[in-house]
Structures are given as C-alpha cells and as structure tokens.
Write a new protein. Structure first.
Length: 250
C-alpha cells in the first residue's frame, strides 16, 4: 500500500512552465497561511515567499498547492523545491532550513461547545495536559506528530474531515495554529458549535525548507538576508497584519 501511494505521488503532474523555475509546494487548504483560490495559491506564506524570492531576489517561482502530506512528499522525492513550515527532525533529513523565521505561529484549541469536559479543557496551559483527551489531527502535521504522537490522537486526511468530526462532537480537541482555527470557524460558519481557545503553548516558527537535491539550496543565505531586511523595513509585519482579519476569507 505504501509503495502504491508513493507511485501515485510521483506520477502527479506538476504545474510548471517550460522555463526552469523554483517550485514551492504549499498546503492547499490552510487559510490564512496558504490556500487554493480558483487555481491560484494565496495566503501569508505565499505572499512572503513571493516578496522575498521573486520581487527582491529575482527568482522565478511557481506556487503550488496540494494536500499537506503530499506537498511534503513531492519535495522529498524531487517533485518540488521547497515548502514553508516548522522544521522537524524528519523534515531535516531531506531539506535544508533557513535560519530566519518566515512566520511565528501561536496555538489554539478547537473544541465543541457542548463537550462535557469543556470547562477542564478551557483550563489547559501545557501540552502534557492534553493527555486525557481524545485528539484529532490531519496527515502531514509534523508538529502534532512530534508533540502529540504518543497521545490518543486520530489521524484523518484533511482539515475538512477534522472539522466535520469536531462539529459532530466525536473528538475532544484539535490543536492548531490560532489564525487557521479562527479562519475555519469564520469561513464555514461554525460559531454555533465550535469554540477557539487560545493556549500559551510555546510558539513555533515557520522556515523555508529547501530539498537537499534542489538546485536552489544555494539561495538560503541570500533568502535569510532578504527576510532580515523585510523585517527591518516593516514588510513582514504589514503582511502579517493584512491577514489577521479572518473576515478576509468569507
């Protein structure tokens, strides 16, 4: 089964032009960080990458969206150059990581308002306190695999499936980036059933991860310098602020 999945992944046609370009793969359903809007990738990560690599560094870039596990596998097997996410030991095996942070990310808990343990869940302050609960996440979520993988966690293919099961009160908690959870509640009108609870877990940092076999690994020092400049001149903060209003995604 695993071999068949890999074959399917490798046979997926990539949307590239004849001209050689840098291909960045994104999660295609992860607003406000990255999402497919009528065949065009949009979001914070896409805009930061376009500003840094294309506009400032002069690199031709193609932004492609896939289910998250597939997006990473394509880079691993040389069917894409890079993705932007949290560095993990597994990802470091086949990518080189930027030193500069593309985006800092905080967390929230998604909970059903009628969950019988809601009051206890609202008191959670540490990751270890999630241990007693039934958790859910999606394939490709490296942070969850690393930090929650030993707990009672159910894995599904997509965030949409996560939301469906959470809306039916089948699981207790979905841990995810705050902006993403707020965006999903807003876009899919889950206000009546689902609640977002900010938690003081240690923030994570998204970095540019370039496949070790990519022809673009040499760009990392220049990319780091470009991100530092975007931070100094206020460009990064402007992009972040633009996407804080989740109503943008209605």
């Amino acid at each position: 089964m695993k071999g068949l999945l890999l074959l399917i992944i490798l046979l997926i046609p990539l949307q590239v032009s004849a001209k050689e370009v840098m291909i960045i793969n994104y999660f295609d359903s992860y607003p406000p960080y990255s999402w497919n809007d009528g065949g065009v990738m949009k979001g914070i990560l896409v805009e930061v990458a376009a500003e840094a690599l294309n506009k400032r560094m002069g690199i031709d870039v193609v932004h492609q969206g896939f289910p998250w596990a597939r997006a990473q596998q394509l880079v691993k097997h040389r069917r894409g150059d890079a993705f932007i996410t949290v560095p993990t030991p597994e990802r470091q095996e086949y990518t080189l990581i930027s030193k500069e942070t593309v985006l800092p990310v905080t967390f929230s808990l998604l909970v059903h308002k009628e969950n019988t343990q809601l009051k206890k869940i609202q008191q959670i302050r540490q990751l270890s306190e999630l241990e007693p609960y039934k958790l859910i996440s999606y394939l490709g979520n490296g942070w969850a695999k690393k930090n929650l993988g030993e707990m009672d966690i159910y894995w599904v293919l997509t965030i949409e499936r996560v939301l469906e099961l959470m809306e039916n009160n089948r699981y207790d908690v979905f841990v995810e980036a705050t902006y993403a959870i707020n965006s999903y509640i807003q876009r899919f009108d889950h206000h009546d059933k689902l609640l977002s609870i900010p938690v003081p877990f240690e923030p994570v940092r998204f970095h540019l991860c370039i496949g070790k076999n990519s022809a673009y690994t040499h760009l990392l020092p220049e990319f780091d310098a470009t991100i530092r400049e975007m931070r100094r001149d206020g460009t990064l903060e402007k992009i972040y602020q633009k996407y804080q209003n989740v109503a943008l995604f209605n």
